[in-house]
Every structure is written in C-alpha cells, then in structure tokens.
Design a protein around this ligand. Structure first.
Ligand code: ADP
Ligand code: ZN
Length: 676
C-alpha cells in the first residue's frame, strides 16, 4: 500500500511513500504524515492511496501523528481544486489553508474575555419585521433542497438588510447541526459585525482573521473542527474553515478586490467559496451593492439566481449625490474659484460650503481621497533630482507627519531630506497631494472642528486606530479624511456629508477595471452618509462628470452602469467574456529578466498555436522593478478556461525543463485583479 503525500514545497507534485504494516489501519486521507525527504523529516498530508507498481523501492512513512485526519474531506477537495486551478503545489495550498502550528493548542480553551473583546458575546437585539424583498429573498434561498449547490447573487444597497438575510438563511443550517462559512473583507470584519452574528448564534460563532494571535487562530480552528462552532466568520482564509458538513456559504461584498490574495497562493477567496459550496453541495450567497461584472454577468446569463433588495431596510432615503466639474474651459465661461487648493487637488466652493453648513449643524463630514501621504514626490528646484526607491522603479512619497520618504510598493522608508541629496540645495518642491496634505488644508479651512485621518499610515501599529474610530463614533472628531479604508466597515452614523475630492485618481488607472472600481468606491463611500437620522449628501469632484461610472453612481443605478460596462468588455473581449492569466517573469539582473521573459513567451506562443489562446507580450510591467527584481508580463487570454490552463501547464513545464528562464522566477496569476 502506497500513499501520495503533499508536502509544503515549491515542487509541483506529490510524493509517494510506502505505508508500513503497522500504520495501515490508521492511515486515512487528510491525515498528516511524517516522512523522510532528502535526509530530513518533513510533515505532509496524505492526499490519496495507490497499490503501487512494485517496481520502485519507496521509502516508508515514519509516523502518523494524529488520531484522526486533521483535514476533512471537503476541504481537501477544495485544496485540490485550488492547486489545479491556480497552478500551485497542493502542499503549499494545504499549508496556506491551515493555521500555522495547528496541531498545538488543542487542549487550551479560548478565554472568555478574549472572545468578548473580539465582539463575541450576547445581548438582546432588536426584533423587526422583514421587508417584502427580504422575505422573498429568504424564501428563495430556503427553498433550495438540502444537498444542492445553488449560487445566489444578493444585490442590495448598504443598509438594505443583506446581513439580516444572511443571518436568517444560516439559522436553519445551524439548527440542522451543519456549518456555515461567512466571508467578509478583512476591513469589514469589525466587532459590530461579529457581535451581530454572536447575538444570533452565541458560542457557535468562530472568528478567523489575520489580527488574531496564532494561538487564537488555532483555538478557533479547533472549535470548528470539533463541531463546537458552526458559523465561521472571517476574512479570506475562513473559506478553509474545517467543517465536516457544510450547509451554507456567504460572501459579503463579493466584488471586493481584497478577496484576491496577491502573494504566495494567489487565489480569489470569492471564487474558492463558490467552489467550496459546489463541492459540498450547498447554497452560496454572494452579496454586494456593486456586484463584480463577472458575478452580475453570471446572474444575467442564468448561472446565478439574482435576488434584489431595493432601497434601505429601515426606510432611510438614499443620499443625494452631485457632481462638481473641475474643468475650466479656456474661454473663461466657467470660473471655478477653488475655496482651497493644494498640489494635486482642490476643494471647490460647493463642497466647502456644503461641508460648512453640515458641520455647523452638528453633523460630521467625510473627505475621501484615495492617495495617502503628503506629497506624491519631492523634486529639487535646482538640479531636478527626484528621490526614487532603491529597490523599486517608483518615486518615494513624502510623509510629513512621520518626516519620512516611503515607497508604497515595498514599504522602504528613510528620513525625509531637508536638502537635496544630490546637489545639497535647499529649494525642495513638494509635488502632488495625498490625505495628509488634504487634512492640513481642512484644518486650515475649519480650525474649529477636530479633524482626523484614517488610512494605512494611521492604522499602522501604534497609530491608535481604535481611538481614531472611537472619536469618530463619539462625535468628538468632526471631520474625517480617509482613503478606501473609510469606504466600508466602520459604523459612522453621524456623517452628514461625503466629499470625494478627486474621482479621477481611480478613473485614470491603467487597468480595464478602472471604471468598475470607480463606480464601486464612489457608491460605497456615498453609502457612508446619512446612515443615522439625517439624510445624507455626497459631492464628487471630477474632471469627467459625464463619465458613465460617475453618472450611474450619482443616480445609485447599478444596472445602467452594468449595461454600459458590459458592452465595452464584450467589444474588447475582456472578462467576463474571456479568461486571463498573467505570467510574471522576475529577475535581479535586467538582461536575464528580459531574456527569460522573451524565451518564455516564445514557448507559450508555440504551445498556444491553434488552441484559441492568445499570448501577448512579453512587456515590461508598468512598475518595472519591485523589491529589487525586474518584472516582465506575459498575458494569456482565451474564451475557454480549459484551453488556457492546458497552455499554461504545458508552457510552464517546458520552461522548467528547457531552463528557458535562467536566474528568473516565473510566477502565474490566474484571473489577475491587478495588472500593474
Ligand atoms: P446590509 O447588510 O445590506 O448593509 P443590514 O442587514 O446591516 O444591511 O441592515 C441595515 C440596518 O437595518 C441594520 O441596522 C439592521 O438591523 C436594520 N434592518 C435590517 N432589516 C430590517 C427590517 N426588516 N426592518 C427594520 N430594520 C432592519
Ligand atoms: Zn520600493
């Protein structure tokens, strides 16, 4: 008897070992095994058995340390799919799927105080009548025969009552003793949300996210594995919750780009969640106010069942959105006197006046600018020197508060120079502006109102994030300045007005999803206003007010946006009308990276011939060098994902076999979300 063992190594294969007589009875799929490999002991997982051909003298498994399989069968199936679909070794997928050191911590119980801090405690909750739309949606979901995979797309605005639908759809699943997976973007996984689930399901809730300590993660994992917790609420990795019997999968904010893991195992947790439901034979609910084009297209073509929740559940009106045109025609017909100006942006009178009125009325104001830091770069007025990152081909961003120059790609930072590092001149110019500069400008404009900033920098350890949020919630902070980070998750009921300072940052990204992302972020940030008793107001500043993504966002009209965007995707043959894969060839030496990319592209082109797969490139990546490595992209595109995979697999094998990219690393990103 032989066992196939997956080991967490980069090698894209499993290893065969002989199962000694003594261990035969115990050996099962999903169990961990200790095996010898290249003179070392390794821990792997049994993923299958064979009788072997007897030709080869396989080594023995040394030991099976667990009494029962650590990984339930359903999870192993998912891991297999991920490994094949994303072209990642199975051992690495399994390693990513389990909390590190999962075998430990079995005995210890999570302390009550710790779980309470995570929001996991019970208190009374309001009871209300479901709206007609909620009832209908729930009825459709509940009508699914148990044991069947049915994907739903739940489309409804923030506050339309989607979470309530999830909660009630999960209830019968838990009552039947089955598990439910609930994925939310990391940033939305707030104590408020966990509390809502805990009020319904009490101790049956397990929380999984990257903010937990390794011990906490293991404890939560074991509570699920032992059947104690039946509802796993978490970010990306909760898709791997080790339920034996799964009855429901929910993905909130399904369009969110953060579901795509960009490092290590590059998978999309939303898609993995749909596959997990399929493999487990249970319904999956994808919820969003602004569904991804892919998911809505699936609904439009009948693959998914569309459920709509129009309006807001508690009867609050949608905010009024107006667009302010920043263009100034040369003939002087429009004279946009900015109330305040800073490099890279301006605050127009309509926005400043509206904010003033709201603030004086005791409401809070939120200013959104999707760029952090103080200045995009600094330049010496004497010699023209611009400080660049030593490891990446981008200029360093100036952060005033930290007095640092930071690379937004690799995180490198050094003290901001007071004189030009090249010529020693002291005439430094600060060009462009981010949230830090905007905050200073607002402090100048509104000196009587407390301002705070929420972005990656203020959230950094020691940034006092919780205090920042508390001050917003208590009303002490009157003006919030933030990046995408404020667009979701945190409860800010006092916000009366939202200003989008420059929508064009998003619109002009070199990415085919730029319009989609802009529509999503403007809609989402607009949803931050008027959640309390006051009807909200949103003002979007832009040079392209006629752009359909802004027009549709201002009317809360997802369908019209979709109808326009889908035509563009179809004409250009972009997803959802094709599948993409990005092959990234990286190397420290620029010549090697370029040569490796060229010969790899040749191989893919040859493999693709006559298969309906297009191979584009190689081309230097828009950001040519990151963390000291030069990057080249080869893009593969096909209508058939099967053909695309065949070409990818075959090409990668040949590249390895022929050593076509020496001194390079070749990575694959299937269904890429970011192409810069
Ligand atoms: P979403 O998840 O779509 O943002 P929620 O489920 O969080 O929406 O609902 C928004 C708010 O409305 C919550 O405070 C929730 O308790 C409340 N709510 C949900 N459904 C109803 C209802 N049928 N009647 C009254 N309030 C509701
Ligand atoms: Zn860098």
């Amino acid at each position: 008897m032989y066992a196939e063992i997956a080991i967490g190594l980069a090698a894209r294969k499993t290893f065969t070992y002989s199962v000694p007589e003594l261990l035969r009875e115990k050996a099962r799929v999903g169990q961990r095994a200790i095996v010898p490999l290249s003179g070392q002991l390794k821990i792997g997982f049994i993923v299958g058995f064979s009788s072997g051909d007897g030709q080869f003298d396989y080594k023995d498994i040394i030991d099976l340390p667990d009494l029962s399989p650590l990984v339930p069968e359903g999870l192993l199936k998912l891991a297999r799919w991920l490994s094949e679909y994303y072209i990642v070794p199975l051992g690495l997928v399994l390693a990513a799927a389990l909390p590190p050191g999962v075998e430990e911590g079995k005995a210890s119980r999570p302390r009550k105080e710790v779980r309470e801090k995570m929001g996991a405690y019970c208190e009374a909750e309001p009871v209300f009548q479901l709206t007609t739309a909620q009832k209908e949606a729930l009825g459709t979901i509940n009508a699914v025969y148990s044991g069947t995979f049915v994907p739903f797309l739940l489309h409804g605005a923030t506050g339309s009552g989607k979470t309530e639908v999830y909660l009630q759809a999960i209830k019968p699943v838990v009552e039947a003793g089955m598990g439910a997976v609930v994925l939310v973007p990391e940033i939305s996984l707030t104590p408020q949300l966990v509390r809502r689930f805990s009020r319904r399901f009490g101790e049956k809730v397990a929380v999984l996210h990257s903010g937990l300590t390794p011990v906490q993660r293991r404890q939560e994992w074991h509570r699920i594995r032992q059947g104690e917790a039946l509802v796993a609420v978490g970010a990306r990795s909760a898709v791997f919750a080790p339920f034996e019997r799964l009855g429901m999968v929910v993905v909130d904010e399904e369009h969110d780009a953060s579901y795509k893991q960009e490092e290590g195992v590059r998978y999309n947790a939303r898609d993995a969640a749909v596959m997990r439901a399929k493999l487990s034979g249970c319904p999956v609910i994808l919820g969003s106010e602004t569904p991804s084009l892919e998911s809505y297209h699936n609904a439009a073509s009948g693959k998914y069942t569309l459920l709509e929740l129009p309006g807001r559940a508690a009867g609050r009106p949608m905010p009024k959105v107006s667009l302010v045109d920043l263009k100034e025609p040369a003939d002087g017909s429009v004279n946009r006197q900015p109330a305040a100006q800073f490099h890279g942006g301006q605050l127009t009178e309509p926005l400043v006046n509206a904010a003033k009125a709201r603030l004086e009325n005791g409401e809070q104001a939120l200013f959104f600018l999707n760029r952090r830091g103080h200045s995009d770069f600094i330049i010496c007025r004497d010699c023209g020197e611009v400080p660049k990152c030593g490891a990446c081909s981008v200029s360093m961003t100036y952060h005033r508060q930290a007095k640092e120059m930071k690379c937004h790609w690799c995180g490198a930072a050094y003290p901001a120079p007071s004189v030009c590092p090249k010529c020693g001149g002291d005439r430094i110019k600060y060009v462009g502006g981010g949230t830090e500069k905007l905050q200073r400008e607002l402090e100048r404009l509104f000196p009587d109102f407390k301002t705070s900033r929420i972005d990656k920098d203020s959230v950094a350890p020691g940034g006092g994030f919780v205090k920042l949020l508390d001050d917003v919630a208590s009303g002490e902070t009157k003006i919030v300045v933030g990046t995408q980070m404020v667009s979701k998750g945190h409860d800010m009921p006092g916000i009366g007005i939202v200003g989008v300072v420059l929508a064009d940052y998003g619109l002009n990204q070199p990415d085919f999803r730029a319009a989609e992302r802009t529509f999503q972020v403007v809609t989402q940030v607009a949803g931050r206003s008027g959640r309390g008793d006051v009807p909200g107001e949103v003002i979007v500043q832009t040079y392209r007010p006629e752009h359909y993504s802004l027009q549709c966002a201002s009317r809360h009209d997802y369908k019209s946006f979709y109808d326009e965007e889908i035509v563009f995707r179809k004409e250009l043959g972009l997803p959802p009308f094709s599948r993409l894969a990005l092959v990234i060839v990286k190397g420290v030496k620029p010549e090697k990276a370029q040569a490796g990319a060229a010969s790899s592209a040749e191989i893919f082109k040859k493999e693709a011939r006559g298969k309906g797969v297009e191979v584009m490139g190689p081309a230097p990546a828009p950001v040519k060098r990151v963390r000291g490595k030069y990057r080249h992209f080869i893009t593969l595109r096909s209508k058939s994902h099967k053909k695309l995979h065949e070409v990818l697999e075959a090409g990668l094998k040949l590249i390895e076999l022929n050593k076509a990219a020496p001194a390079c690393k070749v990575e694959v990103d299937v269904d890429p979300q970011s192409m810069i």
